[in-house]
Design a protein. Structure first.
Length: 507
């Protein structure tokens, strides 16, 4: 291929290399300098001479200052940049952007499962919640029995999910922040993809007792299995009790049928992991375009990852629909700042070594590429970690950036469909919710052909535009939500465990 450079904004004085194998020194760049260094794919090239202290601009934003003189045509990497200070949370623009209303997007629907509480599921799953990690081994044996012996009898049930975790005992259960993991587990049990069939396995002596996890009336007594009950004589008695209880739920779930519902019933979580410098150039802009389509269709979209958007906080508060939403954004960012300060964690902890190998020099550059997943619409609401959605629209769900903690918290909020972008590649999957994987680069899409559902790298290749890939994703979302299409993660049963965010002390 001829040399390919991707420049995000007219002000930018760096661009990233689009070619799969990078470019060798001596390459004459189109309308640019000659390369002085070999530059890997997705890494930055200086388009002009930069003096020490000069701003390095990508996305039209200063992502750092030159630590020393950088000649045009040089490879610009993290060791050549001094990271700018974090934006203060004082004096931010609060709900200052007032975009013109966008035309509603009508006429789109999918086939979903209506629940008694008004929510809609995209899958018909039996979820078995747990109060404590101690029961996980017994539950695993029971789950295998359920899959082998019961699920074939109930073909309208998509599967069974064990909501296992490492919480529940050995923790400061009454600490101020202990409510975060508890409400997370509580709200996951009520996820729309579980059809309102709440089943619980507990041990008996744990700190997180069933009545504390689930409010009275949430679960019938007949749906709880406590392993320390005197009725159990031996291991297999426990397993048989779980299997028998599960069958009563499976019978009710099997009677459910999909029905046509408007696209406004979608609750889509968007996230990125294993990010590279293409993330903000291909996949995330396409997701952002799709986010706008979904919000115009009346759906709910959640974006997250506090540490990955913190350096773009001014963009977010300006887009807030109201000053109250802007204040809530500031409150969540301030909470995270204080949390990280208590642990002595600085901003350079994010990005990862893989992010840097993929061309992301620091968290400022990463933040600019992460935020674009949220599209351009006003931000309608903010959720604290573990809280459940109360409204539709574009929502900021405050979560850590860790992939599975973020996914777990979005499930607790009520997500029924997930979009995950990656540049370096990650075998991410959730048992409770379909995950649509979007590759930022064509090379990744080719090599991981049976893991990536959409190739946004075609944008960098000049084979598609952001809008085309955004519309493709929109239609794939409707097909996956309807059960007409299974994601690669679903086909492989590529599912990782829940990971709870627990900022409270461990005792």
């Amino acid at each position: 291929m001829k040399p390919v450079l991707i420049r995000m904004h007219a002000r930018d004085n760096v661009a990233i290399v689009g070619n799969d194998a990078g470019l060798p020194a001596g390459t004459v760049l189109p309308d640019g300098p000659t390369l002085r260094d070999k530059v890997p794919q997705a890494h930055k090239v200086a388009l002009v001479d930069l003096a020490p202290g000069d701003e390095v601009l990508r996305y039209g934003v200063c992502i750092g200052r030159a630590a020393r003189a950088i000649a045009a045509g040089s490879w610009v990497h993290e060791r050549l940049l001094d990271m700018p200070e974090a934006r203060s949370l004082d004096g931010l623009p609060m709900a200052t952007l007032k975009p013109a209303p966008r035309e509603p997007l009508d006429g789109y629907s999918f086939e979903g499962y209506r629940n008694a509480d008004g929510s809609v599921g995209t899958r018909n799953l039996l979820a078995i919640s747990t109060t404590v990690q101690c029961v996980a081994g017994v539950l695993d044996v029971a789950l295998q029995r359920i899959r082998d012996e019961l699920l074939p009898k109930y073909p309208n049930v998509d599967g069974v999910v064990g909501l296992e975790h490492s919480y529940g005992c050995g923790v400061a259960i009454d600490a101020p922040d202990a409510e975060i993991p508890i409400r997370t587990l509580r709200n996951i049990a009520l996820n729309p993809n579980f059809g309102g069939e709440v089943m619980l396995v507990s041990l008996g002596c744990e700190k997180l007792q069933p009545e504390r996890l689930l409010p009275p009336g949430t679960i019938p007594l007949s749906s709880g299995v406590r392993l320390q009950d005197e009725m159990h004589f031996g291991f297999m008695s426990m397993v048989e009790h779980i299997v028998a209880t599960a069958e009563t739920h499976l019978q009710r779930l099997d009677a459910r049928r999909r029905e046509t519902v408007p696209a406004s019933e979608l609750v889509v979580g968007v996230q990125c992991g294993g990010s590279d410098a293409f993330s903000g150039a291909t996949a995330n802009p396409a997701v952002g375009f799709c986010t706008d389509l979904l919000v115009r269709a009346g759906a709910t979209v959640m974006f997250s990852e506090n540490t990955e958007v913190r350096d773009g906080v001014a963009q977010l508060t300006a887009r807030a629909a109201t000053t109250e939403v802007a204040e809530a954004l500031v409150r969540e960012m301030a909470w995270t700042d204080a949390y990280l300060a208590r642990g002595g964690v600085d901003r350079s902890a994010n990005t990862t070594p893989g992010n840097k190998a993929g061309g992301l020099s620091n968290i400022v550059e990463k933040a600019m590429g992460s935020i674009v997943k949220s599209g351009s619409m006003p931000i309608d609401g903010v959720l604290a970690p573990g809280e459940k959605l109360q409204r539709k629209g574009l929502i900021y769900a405050a979560t850590p950036a860790s992939d599975f903690i973020c996914g777990t918290l979005q499930l607790a909020a009520g997500m029924n469909l997930h979009v995950f972008t990656t540049g370096r590649g990650t075998p991410y999957g959730l048992a409770a919710c379909p995950v649509i994987k979007v590759a930022t680069r064509s090379d990744l899409a080719r090599r991981w052909f049976d893991l990536m559902d959409i190739n946004a790298g075609r944008i960098a290749d000049g084979m598609a535009c952001v809008e085309e890939v955004g519309w493709e994703l929109f239609h794939v979302l409707l097909d996956v939500a309807s059960g007409r299409r299974k994601t690669w993660a679903e086909q492989h049963r590529l599912h990782n465990a829940l990971v709870l965010f627990n900022p409270a002390p461990v005792t």
